[in-house]
Design a protein around this ligand. Structure first.
Ligand code: SF4
Ligand code: SF4
Length: 223
């Protein structure tokens, strides 16, 4: 498999996500409910009983770079995101477990900021979040295969960049691992453990994903 530098992979990831996001926006979002008049804005990001979005190592780095660059955040607000992530990991018991399904772990997303919304909306949004909206009719929803295709491309970019040294994990957990103020020891330890796996990373993650895909974020609004 052709190897990629992290910088090249990040650029490809951003292009792929942007194409996916504009496809959803043009072809499906017109039929979705308008988030600007939602009576419970952001509940789809903060419902700790339901949100189980997982991301990969490369996406975590993309989120960190986006948080670093966005002019909407000063240093305190940026640090607050990582603090919320750490609190979410503790509060919801998020773990890199190998026994059991990490997709059973749910949390309130630390990337949601009241009044602003998703802090990585434009440049680093996870695929389930791009796909998500509230629809009144099932038949108007984007097919889940679109999300899976995007996620498969994300997996390939991770493999080309990190080999087997990555995994799908809950977003807050990944944010603590790539926190610019972390010493990197935990990520290095996990990367070694993942790298030693004697199997392609995607096999396992795809199996996890198949179970999770139908429950990543609430989608349908009741009439
Ligand atoms: S996706 Fe649905 S729940 Fe979330 S803000 Fe929009 S309308 Fe509200
Ligand atoms: S990444 Fe953004 S859209 Fe997705 S759950 Fe978090 S705040 Fe919501």
């Amino acid at each position: 498999m052709k190897k990629l530098s992290e910088a090249s992979a990040l650029a490809r990831l951003q292009r792929g996500k942007a194409a996916f996001q504009s496809h959803i926006k043009v072809n499906y979002e017109p039929a979705a409910r308008d988030c600007r008049v939602c009576p419970t804005p952001g509940v789809c990001c903060t419902d700790a009983h339901f949100v189980n979005v997982h991301i990969t190592r490369l996406e975590a780095v993309a989120i960190r770079e986006t948080l670093q660059r966005t002019p909407r955040l000063d240093d305190d607000a940026r640090r607050a995101v990582y603090t919320r992530a750490r609190l979410a990991v503790e509060r919801y018991g998020l773990r890199t477990t190998t026994a059991g399904d990490t997709y059973a772990q749910t949390y309130s997303c630390p990337l949601f900021a009241p009044g602003t919304g998703c802090l990585v909306h434009a440049r680093a949004k996870p695929a389930p979040c791009v796909q998500h909206a509230c629809y009144d009719n099932w038949e108007e929803m984007p097919p889940v295969a679109l999300q899976w295709r995007t996620e498969r491309r994300v997996e390939l970019l991770n493999e080309q960049t990190y080999g087997a040294a990555w995994a799908w994990l809950p977003t807050p957990l990944w944010l603590t691992l790539v926190d610019p103020e972390a010493d990197g020891a935990e990520l290095a330890r996990l990367a070694r453990a993942w790298g030693e796996r004697r199997r392609p990373a995607t096999q396992n993650n795809s199996a996890h994903h198949a179970r999770a895909r139908s429950r990543s974020l609430p989608v349908i609004a009741a009439r």
